[in-house]
Design a protein around this ligand. Structure first.
Ligand SMILES: Nc1nc2c(ncn2[C@@H]2O[C@H](COP(=O)(O)OP(=O)(O)OP(=O)(O)O)[C@@H](O)[C@H]2O)c(=O)[nH]1
Ligand SMILES: [Mg+2]
Length: 450
């Protein structure tokens, strides 16, 4: 499983500094997508091949400083409720404070596993750093420095060891594609996810996603259309048909992230009446970061005047330009208009995401691209691209081998991506390109896994 780690602590203890450190490897992966805005509170990370989600509860601090336990903002409460592990940060330099005690008391009643981390303790021995904090009753304190990284690896290893590891991936040369695409319908509250899900599953089918007691486990629903099988994975906010029209959904970023991780194809639903909001852009960013195939559905299109339609299309291009690989559909889930195109778009995205890319064909495409345009010279050398193989699927990863590949600029990487996309008709999926230089002094050493 991919656990969710929630960072909790009073202001200024170093939560955001730790968050940045825990998500660094992922940031690097999606760094060069123009226009992508990162949500600084939710992120993915990996350590020794284990993946996890991290939530920084900073910025959610109560406006009223006293009575933090009662006043703790809703998002923090929700994140604590949905956490698999809580990392409770305290500050070695300022010592134990009354607020730390209040937070500890609140965390003790959650029943969730809590790790106590004494931060800003660079160069300090465990026994000294932790001395003050044993009295919080949260167990043995871990000494760390978020800023310098000391102790963070040990802490993380201990946290992750508590959760079962996923089945190891099959060797990357022969990736197995699942037969039926797993689809996650994601989006802000009340954009029409449930109506869309019902339209897909058929009127007779009741959605039971919100049955009491089942909220933490995802409940997939299988269905069949035109002789093909699909699975709809649980998505936050889906409800029984009878209750679709009822009150505002409770939105959970953590559940949204989990269902994105759990699917092959994400269907991102936007509300045409609101055009593109920041939250839409963030969810889009999570999908890209996860490398999931994607179909964008703009719902409630029926109610829009022509000028408004033009504006929405404009906004999508401007704010979600980094999703240009995905097909965008304009639909009315309630009236059923435009929906015929949805499953074909899902099929196309799934095909692209799980396509086998044989080494000879990839290499041929690579060499054709290089012949058409060489990578630019850098210093004394010109990067030499020799051959390519597939390093994974969903998302497809193209690993390019050669010399001096560190010098390949982002613009040339995008050129290659474009060439691979058009050669293999890769529509609807992110595509990752990795370079492996044989002159690289780090070649052969274990790398930080994705
Ligand atoms: N010396 C030292 N300073 C640190 C460490 N971690 C964080 N800091 C500093 O502490 C200050 C607060 O760090 P943040 O990460 O912003 O703290 P925060 O908990 O996110 O704060 P809020 O979001 O306001 O609650 C910054 O000036 C950091 O540079 C550390 O391990 N050692
Ligand atoms: Mg912060």
């Amino acid at each position: 499983m991919q656990p969710t780690l929630v960072l909790v602590g009073r202001p200024n203890v170093g939560k955001s500094t730790l968050f940045n450190r825990l998500t660094q490897s992922r940031d690097a992966l999606v760094a060069d997508f123009p226009g992508l805005t990162r949500d600084r509170h939710y992120g993915r990370g990996s350590f020794s091949g284990r993946q996890y989600l991290v939530v920084d509860t900073g910025g959610f601090e109560p406006v009223v400083r006293d009575g933090i336990v009662r006043e703790m903002a809703k998002q923090t409460e929700q994140a604590i409720d949905e956490a698999d592990a809580i990392l409770f940060l305290v500050d070695y330099r300022s010592g134990l404070t009354p607020l730390d005690r209040e937070i500890a008391a609140r965390l003790r009643v959650t029943g969730r596993p809590v790790w106590l981390a004494v931060n800003k303790a660079e160069g300090i021995q465990d026994a000294i750093a932790g001395a003050d904090f044993h009295s919080l009753g949260i167990g043995t304190p871990w000494t760390i420095s978020s800023a310098h990284g000391e102790g963070v690896g040990d802490l993380l290893a201990d946290v992750l060891a508590r959760f079962p590891e996923d089945e190891p991936e099959p060797p990357s040369s022969e990736p197995e594609a699942p037969e039926a695409p797993r689809i996650a319908i994601v989006g802000r509250p009340n954009v029409g996810k449930s109506t869309l899900a019902n339209a897909l599953l058929g009127e007779e089918r009741m959605l039971v996603f919100d049955m009491p007691g089942t909220t933490r486990d995802s409940i997939p629903a299988d269905f069949e259309r035109n002789g093909k099988r699909y699975t709809l994975v649980d998505t936050a906010g889906m409800r029984r048909r009878a209750r679709v029209e009822e009150a505002i959904e409770k939105f959970s970023v953590i559940k949204t992230l989990k269902s994105i991780d759990d699917c092959n194809v994400a269907v991102l639903v936007l509300d045409a009446l609101d055009s593109v909001t920041d939250q839409d852009a963030h969810i889009a960013g999570y999908i890209l970061e996860a490398g999931r195939a994607l179909v964008v559905v703009v719902n409630k299109w029926d109610g829009l005047a022509p000028e408004a339609r033009a504006r929405v299309k404009d906004d999508i291009e401007r704010r979600l330009g980094f999703l240009s690989f995905a097909r965008t559909l304009f639909v009315s889930a309630r009236r059923g208009t435009g929906l015929n195109a949805l499953l074909p778009a899902v099929d196309a995205a799934f095909r692209a995401a799980t396509l086998r890319l044989p080494t000879p064909r990839l290499t041929r495409a690579l060499l054709a691209a290089v012949e058409k345009q060489n990578p630019p010279r850098s210093g004394f050398s010109r990067p030499k691209l020799r051959y390519a193989h597939q390093g994974g699927m969903n998302p497809p990863i193209v690993v390019i081998h050669g010399n001096s590949l560190d010098a390949v600029p982002a613009s040339y990487r995008r050129y290659l991506e474009h060439m691979f996309r058009s050669t293999f008709r890769l529509e609807g999926t992110p595509l990752r390109i990795q370079f492996k230089s044989s002159t690289n002094p780090y070649e052969g050493r274990p790398r930080t896994p994705r």
